[in-house]
Write a protein that binds this ligand. Structure first.
Ligand SMILES: Nc1ncnc2c1ncn2[C@@H]1O[C@H](COP(=O)(O)OP(=O)(O)OP(=O)(O)O)[C@@H](O)[C@H]1O
Ligand SMILES: O=C(O)C1=C[C@@H](O)[C@@H](O)[C@H](O)C1
Ligand SMILES: [Mg+2]
Length: 186
């Protein structure tokens, strides 16, 4: 059984990890952390600048360290970055320290949701659809590997997704967390 000290959202860019995570934290009265924003705060630079100046490998190293730090805590909702599952150490920690929800979205929806976005460096050059397909091929099995629950967000807006997922988690995660963690606001 998963001790589930944290509620963690994984999934591809535009699946709603940040927007849904913030709403779920409000619903459950828990702290909210967005790993991408924590990386930026620690680096004193935007993700785009990190990619540009020190490269993706440096970003991934930072991502692993930040995620490990967040997962060491308890009682939080954590929105991960889309590539957080690439690192095997992160996958192990996600499994050990979180009730992990895989937010699923199809590529057409991703393209629509991110159409105006200019902050994600992996989408900065050229054929966005091809990039998203390539990322999905590698990552979808990894999201599935770490997930306790898969939730399809395709047909819903952000508020409805958060409400429906929150309701599902009342039974699935909240009960587990309340029974299994000591002193955690659950
Ligand atoms: N279920 C949803 N329905 C409609 N729009 C959504 C939904 N979830 C998120 N969005 C919108 O899609 C955009 C991207 O969402 P968000 O930033 O939460 O994705 P993310 O999974 O955190 O991406 P990343 O991995 O790049 O951090 C935002 O503008 C958000 O409002
Ligand atoms: O899917 C990815 O690899 C990324 C997703 C974002 O959350 C950021 O972590 C960054 O833009 C890279
Ligand atoms: Mg995000």
């Amino acid at each position: 059984m998963n001790p589930a000290p944290n509620l963690v959202l994984v999934g591809p860019m535009g699946s709603g990890k940040s927007s849904i995570g913030r709403r779920l934290a409000q619903r459950f009265g828990l702290a909210f952390f967005d790993a991408d924003r924590e990386i930026e705060a620690q680096a004193g630079a935007s993700i785009a600048t990190i990619f540009e100046c020190t490269g993706e490998a440096d970003f991934r190293a930072r991502e692993q360290i930040v995620l490990a730090g967040l997962l060491a805590g308890e009682g939080a909702v954590i929105a991960t970055g889309g590539g957080s599952v690439l690192d095997p150490r992160s996958r192990e920690l996600l499994h050990a320290r979180g009730f992990v929800v895989h937010l699923h979205v199809d590529i057409a929806q991703q393209l629509a949701r991110l159409a105006r976005d200019r902050s994600r460096p992996l989408l900065a050059g050229g054929d966005r659809e091809a990039v998203l397909r390539r990322l999905a091929e590698v990552r979808e099995p990894l999201y599935a590997q770490v997930a306790d629950l898969r939730f399809d967000t395709a047909a819903m807006g952000a508020a409805e997704t958060a409400a429906k997922l929150g309701h599902l988690l009342d039974a699935r995660w909240q009960a587990t967390a309340a029974a299994k963690t000591d002193g955690v606001r659950a």
